[in-house]
Design a binder for this molecule. Structure first.
Ligand code: ZN
Length: 101
């Protein structure tokens, strides 16, 4: 890092490589979630970008949470199968499948 007696320490802009007084270089911020973080770049005022809000990812509120090891509730409380096999076969015999013998 160079030093100027009149302006103090000098720094180089990370974008345009021009040399400025270090105190005139700015931290380039960007969105990380809902907050701003420094991306490690020191840039001059001319190259300083306004953080783009579109790079802030949308995080839905009250999102459905995943339940691990879910157990379905039992909808049928009876002891027998709700539809007997005879009923199923009876209903199938009434269906016209369009097959002629
Ligand atoms: Zn610059």
């Amino acid at each position: 890092m160079r030093f100027s007696v009149r302006q103090g320490p000098l720094g180089q802009c990370d974008r345009c490589s021009r040399v400025y007084p270090h105190k005139k270089l700015f931290k380039q911020l960007e969105y990380a979630g809902e907050r701003l973080i420094w991306n490690g770049f020191l840039v001059c005022k001319r190259d300083l970008d306004v953080p783009n809000p579109q790079s802030n990812p949308f995080i839905p509120k009250n999102d459905i949470t995943v339940v691990s090891n879910p157990r379905p509730s039992s909808y049928y409380k009876g002891t027998e199968f709700p539809v007997s096999q005879a009923t199923v076969l009876d209903n199938l015999s009434r269906v016209d499948f369009g097959i002629k013998s």
